[in-house]
Every structure is written in structure tokens, then in C-alpha cells.
Design a protein around this ligand. Structure first.
Ligand code: SAH
Length: 353
């Protein structure tokens, strides 16, 4: 199988160029080409001989857009990408007032098996490499350029399929690549990483100084409920998780974001709201309330509008900062691994898609 140029740092590309007996300045041209989302054959500033030698062993990006859906309503774009080995993943591009955000996947499938999520239904298939995570951004940057001025992607959230901390080395290499000023240079201020709660990795991530916004999928105010809906809670109890979150804040000064999806009859009572207030008291954080997306294999429902409002009113009146996450691209549906599943089940040739 061919290697992916987007997997390599600038210095590693310099080594590749040198081994091919080429001048080092070619590395800069190749690196720039990769970060513009170009295929090797489109790097027209390289000599033809170098293009063909590179093409023998490498591809530029590790993903190809095989399907995209654009929302008429808000310009949200959903993508299906194919990897070199034929696996498929999904990503979403959303336009906000403050910038354009891409949500990328970090694994094919997921091993966390949260009871409400579509991504974990088939377990973990494999980790993505750093270059495969990066390539989703490089391809979308180019694809979405037609209706955005200048650079399309300004913000990144690692919130697609997969658990980023279950693929720690590739995800952190990705963070180094994407913030390289010779490439697309996206600042850590504009990057969020979402974890289901691998507390040990939160400490490591804090100590290694990546400094991105940490989002924690909490979804419950206590161990009893969290054990039922998120198996990861058996490894790291909720108190340990909140302690790790506090460590992350102390170390980085970045406010912690908790995700809380409202599941009817499971985590949405008044008592849950009050328990949640107690749990996060004293921590500099914000709670993102989310209406659960219906996943047919999971058979859980979102709480009613009134219930969500009441829950949020309790948090607010107790001084806990919270907002309801705006739902984007409602007309093109398919969130959290659902688009990928539909694509696979309907046949990857897109006949019905
Ligand atoms: N594994 C990481 C990131 C991927 S999931 C994590 O757990 O944080 C991104 C977010 O979507 C998580 O907060 C996840 O719990 C949430 N999510 C998954 N399925 C959902 C659904 N059906 N409805 C609403 N949110 C969901």
C-alpha cells in the first residue's frame, strides 16, 4: 500500500527528498502542495521526474471525498471520505459567524460503545494515522473554498467517530502537523478535542502542553447513570474524571466544556440537574446541552423541549454556565456516525445514496 505524504512532518519530508537525491528546497514545494490539498500530479512546480518517482511510493492525502451533502439552509456540508484501504469515515463542515469549523474522525469505528452512539455499533475497526486525520481538513479546505473567501477551515473539533485518546500518538502528531506555521497553521486556540473520559490521558495531555480546548462527554451526573450509558465509566469513575478536568484547567487555563446529551427518562430529571450542579461546582467550565440524535439501533429518545428548558433553568439559576447546542444541517441529517453507516449499508457505489 502507498504511503501518505500528509503523515510526515516538514523535516521528515526533507529527509525523503534528500534520499531521492533531490535538492532540499523541493521539500517546501511538496509540503505546500500537500497542505493545499493537491494530489502529487497537481504539484506542477516539481520536475516531472520527481512527480513520477514520488507517485511510485506515495499519495499526497490519505482520504478522498466520495460523497458530500450540502445543506440548503445553513451551508453545512457532510462528507464521506474513503481511505486508501477502502474503509470509509465521515466529517462535517459548519459555518458560524466566528469562523468555519470542521468536525473530523480519529478512528474507523470506536471501541467505547456508548449506549446512544452510532459510531461504536461495530466496535473499533482501526485507528486513523495523523495524516488521515489531517487529510480530511486539507480536502475540505479545498472543496468548501468555492463558497467561502480565502481559507475555508478556521476551527477544528475532534468530535467525529472514534475516541481521540484511544489513538493518542496519532492524534497528538496530527495536532503538531496542523499547527505547523509552514502548513495550515491553525492555532490551538481554535482546536477542541472531545473525549469520553480517559482520565489518565487527560493528565498526560495536560502535561505535554497541547493547550487545546478539552471537551468531556459527561452525559450523566453520577456513576450509577454513567455506568449504564458509558462503559468507559467503569475504568474511570466520574469523580476521577472531574479531578482530571480540574487538573487540565489548572495546567492550561482553558475552560473545560462538558457535553450533556439529554436522554428521555435516563439523565434528564430535576434531581439529575441538581446533582450535576454539585458535581461541577468550583470548576471553571461550561455545559453544552445537546438534544440526543435518534439512532435507530440504540432506541433512546431525546428529552422534550420543556424538559430541556427546565433542566437548563436549574443549571442557570445555580450559576452553572450552559447553552443548548444549535443543531446544524437538519435538512441533510445523519449525525455521529449515522451517515457512514447509511453509506455502507446502501452500497458504497452510491446507487441509493
Ligand atoms: N469519543 C469522543 C468524541 C466523539 S463523539 C467523545 O466521546 O467525546 C462526539 C460527541 O457526540 C460526544 O459528546 C458524544 O457523546 C456525542 N454523541 C454521540 N452520539 C450521540 C447522539 N446520538 N446524540 C447526541 N450526541 C451524541
Amino acid at each position: 500500500m502507498k504511503k501518505i505524504l500528509a503523515d510526515y512532518s516538514f523535516e521528515e519530508i526533507e529527509d525523503i527528498v534528500e534520499k531521492l537525491g533531490e535538492k532540499r528546497f523541493r521539500a517546501k514545494q511538496i509540503f505546500e502542495g500537500v497542505y493545499q490539498g493537491k494530489e502529487i500530479c497537481e504539484m506542477t512546480n516539481l520536475p516531472k521526474s520527481l512527480v513520477s518517482r514520488l507517485e511510485e511510493k506515495y499519495v499526497s492525502c490519505g482520504v478522498e471525498i466520495v460523497k458530500s451533502l450540502v445543506s440548503e439552509r445553513d451551508g453545512t456540508r457532510k462528507y464521506i471520505f474513503r481511505l486508501i484501504d477502502g474503509n470509509v469515515i465521515e466529517g462535517v463542515f459548519m459555518k458560524y459567524r466566528y469562523g468555519n469549523t470542521i468536525c473530523v474522525s480519529t478512528q474507523v469505528g470506536c471501541r467505547m460503545n456508548c449506549s446512544f452512539c452510532a459510531s461504536g455499533l461495530d466496535g473499533l475497526i482501526r485507528d486513523l494515522t495523523a495524516g488521515e486525520i489531517l487529510s480530511q481538513i486539507l480536502k475540505v479546505n479545498r472543496d468548501a473554498a468555492e463558497d467561502t473567501d480565502k481559507r475555508s477551515v478556521t476551527n477544528i473539533v475532534l468530535m467525529g467517530s472514534g475516541e481521540p485518546f484511544d489513538n493518542y500518538d496519532n492524534v497528538t502528531k496530527f495536532l503538531r502537523l496542523v499547527s505547523d506555521e509552514r502548513g495550515i497553521n491553525i492555532s490551538k486556540r481554535n482546536i477542541s478535542l472531545s473525549t469520553s473520559g480517559l482520565a489518565d490521558k487527560i493528565y498526560r495531555f495536560a502535561d505535554e502542553g497541547y493547550g487545546v480546548t478539552l471537551t468531556i462527554s459527561l452525559h450523566a451526573p453520577n456513576n450509577g447513570i454513567r455506568n449504564k450509558i458509558m462503559p468507559v465509566n467503569k475504568a474511570f469513575k466520574i469523580e476521577e474524571l472531574v479531578k482530571a478536568a480540574k487538573y487540565y484547567f489548572d495546567k492550561t487555563g482553558r475552560r473545560i466544556i462538558f457535553e450533556y446529551s439529554m436522554i428521555e427518562g435516563v439523565n434528564d430529571s430535576r434531581a439529575c440537574a441538581l446533582e450535576l450542579v454539585k458535581l461541577v461546582r468550583g470548576l471553571t467550565c461550561h455545559i453544552n446541552i445537546i438534544n440526543l440524535n435518534y439512532v435507530k439501533e440504540r432506541n433512546l429518545r431525546s428529552s422534550s423541549k420543556d424538559n430541556v428548558k427546565e433542566f437548563m433553568d436549574i443549571l442557570s439559576s445555580e450559576g452553572v454556565s450552559c447553552t443548548l447546542r444549535r443543531s446544524m444541517g437538519g435538512d441533510i441529517e445523519g449525525a455521529c456516525g449515522q451517515l457512514r453507516r447509511r453509506y455502507i449499508s446502501e452500497g458504497a457505489d452510491g446507487r441509493k445514496g
